[in-house]
Every structure is written in C-alpha cells, then in structure tokens.
Design a protein around this ligand. Structure first.
Ligand code: XMP
Length: 180
C-alpha cells in the first residue's frame, strides 16, 4: 500500500465492480438521448475515463473547469468557472460527471449554468463518491458510486494539493505523511 495512506476505503476491485453497474444503468437510462458527457476537471477525469468505456451509447465528451477548493481540504464556499471555452450543449442531455459530492455547491452551480445559460435540455449527474452529510446546496444525483463518511479522501482523481490523483484506489491520507 502507498505509504502516505492511512486506510483504503474503496479498493481497485470495489471500484471496478461498481463501475460495471453504473455503466449498465447509464446505458439503459440514456439510450436514445442526444448525450453529451461533461467532466468537471480535474477531479472527474479518471472516473470519467473508466465510466464512459462502460457506457454503450453514442455520446460526445467535453469538460469544464471549476474551482471550489483552493489547495487544502476545506471548500471555499465559492464556485468559479475557469477561463476555457464552455462546451456546446445546446439541445443535449448532459451527463455531468464529477469525482465527489460534498457540499453540493459545485454540481448545483454547474447544473444551473448548463440548464439556464447553456441550453442543455436535461442534466443527469454522476459522482464516484457522495459524502454522508447535510448539503449546502441540494442537488439530485442520479448515479452515485459509493456513499462515504464525511472525511477527506484522495486517489482515483481526488487530490491533496494536486497530488495522489493517480492512486488506483480511494483512501484517507495519513496526516503525518501528507507531504511525502
Ligand atoms: P462540493 O462541496 O462543491 O465539492 O460538493 C465538490 C468538489 O470539492 C472537492 N472535494 C474533495 N477533494 N477530497 C478531495 O480531494 C475530498 O474529500 C473532497 N471533498 C470535496 C472536489 O474537487 C469536488 O469536485
């Protein structure tokens, strides 16, 4: 196991099995729709790559840059959109993909923008993890990999100060090794 990880919450095998289930559900639910998958950078990239290879319908893939955490382990409470061009989702059913649902602010803000400003006809959300806590912004999430306790996790796209995203499992950092 990676030395900086205190405990593994979800192993590679756990993740693989759940991805198979989520991919099958999404394939079934969105068949026949004009689907644009939109991944929230950077946390959602690994989940998206693995998930979409299990979704057996035609779709386009785009991305959005959003920030709500500024390098530490606390949400700033503000959601800001990055500089890059916004995806063209006019008339499309968006499958919005992020790594984790925490306060709900990020997905709620992006979903509002997609529907109210960018012309999406519908938005379904998928996250690998959902923290078991009261949300600052309530948002419906159709596809959740795993529910988890309210603790800070890394791996499988999730970072601490931009590190650990490439761990193939999801775990809790050992605070004494966080900078290792
Ligand atoms: P909100 O609070 O808007 O947060 O639902 C979503 C974004 O916050 C980041 N986040 C985390 N990142 N470990 C991380 O590495 C965590 O435990 C964690 N909780 C929230 C993440 O970027 C997510 O998109």
């Amino acid at each position: 196991m990676h030395g900086a990880i205190e405990k593994v919450l979800f192993s590679e095998a756990d993740i693989r099995a759940r991805l198979d289930e989520l991919g099958a559900m999404i394939t079934e639910d969105l068949r026949g729709e004009k689907v644009s998958a939109v991944v929230i950078l950077h946390g959602g990239i690994i989940f998206t790559a693995d998930l979409l290879r299990r979704v057996q319908i035609p779709l386009t893939i785009d991305s959005l840059s959003v920030r709500s955490y500024y390098g530490g382990t606390e949400s700033s409470g503000e959601v800001s959109f990055g500089e890059g061009a916004l995806p063209d989702v006019e008339g499309r059913h968006v499958l919005l993909i992020d790594d984790i649902l925490d306060t709900g602010r990020t997905l709620a803000a992006v979903k509002r923008k997609l529907l109210e400003e960018m012309g999406a006809t519908a938005v379904s959300c998928a996250v690998m993890l959902a923290k078991d806590k009261k949300r600052a912004d309530e948002v419906d999430v159709e596809y959740v990999g795993f529910e988890m306790a309210d603790e800070f996790v890394v791996g499988y796209g999730l970072d601490y100060q931009e590190r650990y995203r490439n761990l193939p499992f999801i775990g809790v950092l050992d605070p004494t090794h966080a900078d290792a």
